[in-house]
Write a protein that binds this ligand. Structure first.
Ligand code: ATP
Ligand code: MG
Length: 417
């Protein structure tokens, strides 16, 4: 146990970490282009926040939360998703007093007690965007276009956008009835979890991953046929805007998402490069959340991207950039004077922004150069008594093997030019 990760978690370190840093940089850059600023909320919140927002009929709240009592007797939950914390912060910090909409993005760890498998962990990383303060379908289109832009900038292909509308309360009440009538006919063939969902929230059955339930769902009535005039108008406008942007989509009435807070638009980006866990990005509109959490009535929409799944696609298609952190110069040394000079020179060069390295192990010069080769230094040199006396050393280009003579105090200049 002492040297074993808890189930469903992963260490991320070099060289993989360079892929993550590159990914995060793209996420930040694209978010800023779209006018979003970063928000960092706590990794844990009061349990009620998630129960209220994510919903007590969702799998997350029912089975997946990491909930514990702290030493003060409060019920605390590690965040299973990012939206609830952003909504809480929006209200608590009175962001509604600022010009609307407020666009914020996050990159955060999330925690869900799930059965670990490829693309499904217990601790995982999400990027998300939340646009709060507008009911317009233009906001739905904008967040969708942001998702598409991110995938494009990462060089991810073979992804399709699936959109749907689950309407507002009025549409859903009509649909619930139709769906329940249909499911009642197939009740005996539903999985045990869906039998429970049938009672509590039949919409959830559409999101079941059990194959026999999927078959039943295939012939179920479509939510789109039950939308009120206003909900239908919203959905049509969204499609019109996506068309005008040239963003292709599939209208998919089976998309309902696993969280209770959605209203009207829901969507997923689905990858053909992943196995069973094929949704890389899921989101939609949540017009009731801000009001029901205690803030003013305000429309909102957003999405979250599963970053492990993004990394899986990038790895599979060899799209990850070359690892960085190759050393520019390795300064080897022979003898005590050379050793001291190598330490001082590395310090001075690093101060000027040059990735210099030197021996801090006490190796022989032969072993030092072997190490320099292994870490991929672009140049190397060795300082001994002669080099110190002449204030010159041979600077070797490790790629070409070419050696040039260089004055020790001209080294920084050489690399900076
Ligand atoms: P799924 O249907 O795959 O369980 P979900 O509906 O629970 O996903 P969301 O809560 O909407 O997913 O989260 C958004 C994205 O986060 C998902 O599309 C997925 O890419 C990623 N994700 C969700 N759960 C996990 C997990 N346990 N491990 C890794 N990534 C995850
Ligand atoms: Mg899930």
């Amino acid at each position: 146990m002492l040297t074993q990760l808890p189930r469903g978690t992963k260490d991320i370190y070099a060289p993989e970490i360079y892929g993550w840093q590159w990914l995060e940089e793209i996420l930040r850059n694209v978010s800023h282009i779209y006018g979003a600023s970063e928000i960092r909320t706590p990794i844990f919140e009061h349990t009620e926040l998630f129960v209220k927002n994510v919903g007590d009929t969702s799998d997350i709240v029912n089975k997946e939360m990491y909930t514990f009592e702290d030493k003060g007797g409060r019920s605390i939950t590690l965040k299973p998703e990012g939206t609830a914390g952003v909504a809480r912060s929006f209200i608590e910090n009175k962001m509604y007093a600022n010009p609307q909409p407020i666009k914020q993005y996050y990159i955060t760890k999330c925690f869900r007690y799930e059965k670990p498998q490829a693309g499904r962990q217990r601790e995982f990383n999400q990027y998300g965007i939340e646009v709060i303060g507008t009911y317009s379908p233009a906001a739905d289109a904008e967040v969708i276009s942001l998702g598409k832009e991110i995938l494009e900038k990462l060089g991810i292909e073979n992804v399709t956008l699936h959109i749907n509308s689950i309407g507002n309360e009025e549409s859903r009440t009509l649909y619930h009835k139709a769906l329940k009538d249909y499911l009642a006919e197939n009740y005996d063939n539903l999985c045990p979890a869906c039998k429970e969902r049938y009672e509590k929230n039949p919409l959830r059955v559409l999101d079941c991953k059990v194959p026999s339930c999927k078959d039943i769902v295939d012939a179920a009535p479509s939510v789109i046929d039950y939308l009120t005039e206003e909900d239908r108008e919203h959905f049509n406008k969204l499609k019109e805007i996506l068309d005008s942007m040239g963003i292709a989509y599939i209208v998919d009435p089976r998309i309902v998402r696993g969280l209770d807070y959605y209203t009207r638009t829901v969507f997923e980006f689905i990858s053909g490069d992943l196995g069973a866990q094929s949704t890389v990005c899921g989101g939609g509109r949540y017009d009731k959340m801000i009001g029901e959490t205690g803030g003013p009535e305000l429309g909102a929409c957003g999405f979250a991207i599963g970053l492990e799944r993004i990394m899986m696609i990038l790895e599979k298609n060899n799209k990850l950039p070359e690892p960085k952190n190759k050393r520019t110069l390795y300064i080897g040394s022979i003898g005590e004077a050379g050793f001291l000079k190598s330490q001082a020179l590395a310090y001075a060069l690093r101060n000027k922004g040059i990735a210099a390295d030197c021996d801090i192990v006490g190796r022989s010069v032969k072993a030092q150069l072997k190490y320099s080769d292994k870490i991929g230094s672009k140049y190397s040199m060795v300082l001994g008594d002669d080099e110190l006396k002449n204030n010159k050393a041979g600077l070797k280009n490790m790629e070409t093997g070419e050696v040039i003579e260089i004055e020790l105090d001209k080294i920084a200049e050489f690399f900076l030019k």
